[in-house]
Design a protein around this ligand. Structure first.
Ligand SMILES: [Fe+2]
Ligand SMILES: [Fe+2]
Length: 181
């Protein structure tokens, strides 16, 4: 991604999200999303990367309190404003907005494009790769196990993401001496 654009995105993120959330969630989503792009060479990598960085920009854990609109919708609006302010490519902006709106497995709209499926799968997958963080943050073992069980059942999960998530689930079962699958 263009360096200037990356810097602008990073400063937007840093002024909106706490460091621990960037470290344990946002960066993990970007990492998994870029890894998934290897399997889908036709996916627009720039759209995937920008969407991954900004998908939770108004998350309930953000620094500034936002109106209690669903955070996928609020994050899409904030991203639209940001991309318009830097005169970013219109057709890419539209694709990014869809990725952000569709990133939540439990909320409509469903991810329709390959880029949106990658971002939503990576968002789920980050719950597995950063399970210990999720476990601590949720502070309720059973709810945390139920959550990743739901993630595994998401219909949009790309097969590569699902396979990786399942493998990690076996490790989690061992570590926490529980049965999830
Ligand atoms: Fe989210
Ligand atoms: Fe997320």
């Amino acid at each position: 991604m263009d360096r200037k654009l990356k810097n602008k995105i990073m400063s937007l993120i840093k002024s909106n999200l706490p460091d621990y959330f960037i470290k344990h969630h946002i960066k993990a989503v970007v990492k998994e999303a870029l890894w998934l792009c290897n399997f889908y060479p036709k996916a627009d990598k720039e759209v995937v990367e920008i969407s991954s960085w900004l998908h939770d920009i108004t998350h309930p854990l953000s620094i500034k309190p936002y109106e209690q609109e669903d955070h996928n919708i609020a994050s899409a609006k904030k991203t639209q404003k940001f991309l318009d302010s830097i005169a970013f490519d219109n057709s890419k902006t539209k694709k990014i907005i869809h990725c952000i709106k569709a990133h939540r497995s439990s909320r409509h709209p469903e991810p329709k494009t390959i880029e949106a499926k990658i971002v939503a799968s990576a968002d789920n997958l980050a719950h597995f790769t950063k399970f210990d963080f999720l476990y601590k943050k949720m502070n309720n073992p059973q709810k945390t196990f139920d959550k990743i069980k739901r993630d595994l059942a998401s219909t949009f999960m790309l097969p590569e993401a699902l396979e990786k998530a399942r493998k990690i689930t076996f490790e989690i079962e061992k570590k926490y001496k529980t049965k999830i699958l």
